[in-house]
Design a binder for this molecule. Sequence first.
Ligand SMILES: CC(C)(COP(=O)(O)OP(=O)(O)OC[C@H]1O[C@@H](n2cnc3c(N)ncnc32)[C@H](O)[C@@H]1OP(=O)(O)O)[C@@H](O)C(=O)NCCC(=O)NCCS
Length: 143
Amino acid sequence: MATPNEGITSVNVKAGGLTPEGYQLIADGVGWEPRTTGQARDLIINARHVVTAWDKGTLAGMARASGTGAHYAHLSDIAVLPHLHGRGFGSAILRHLLRLVDREVRNDATVTLHATPGTEPFYERFGFNPSATPFLMTRSRQE
Ligand SMILES: CC(C)(COP(=O)(O)OP(=O)(O)OC[C@H]1O[C@@H](n2cnc3c(N)ncnc32)[C@H](O)[C@@H]1OP(=O)(O)O)[C@@H](O)C(=O)NCCC(=O)NCCS
């Protein structure tokens, strides 16, 4: 499935690279409920995939995916530091994460995320659709 800004090259995104302190920095930056270092470490260790974005060598954003690698994947903790919003970091992170997910899950797998209210249009650009459960968005790979 095609995703927006396929050709963008200026944003540096990679698999991995997230530390508990980095997680806390991004989560604090976007105003999420604080996590202890141990909690942040668990979220990273238990993720199937972690993606980070970098701005001139400094952590700019993150995202995680959990799941079986076959029948479902759930994306979470998708966030970019506020002063960098609107510069393509979020799209680059999500695109990279979806590449990692799409290459391993079955064609009939369900890919889900819980959208923060107001962010649905951002995810719709990547093929996610609202579900009957409020703010749960699903992405079919067969459309
Ligand atoms: C949602 C988020 C990750 C997007 O990151 P970003 O780096 O600003 O996204 P991009 O710069 O790649 O934006 C891509 C496009 O989506 C649009 N977009 C970004 N956030 C949007 C939102 N909340 N609502 C609608 N459109 C949005 C941008 O305007 C841009 O459109 P354009 O290409 O026409 O200019 C970022 O706003 C964020 O970290 N928010 C706080 C944390 C959060 O709510 N995360 C979601 C958890 S489910």
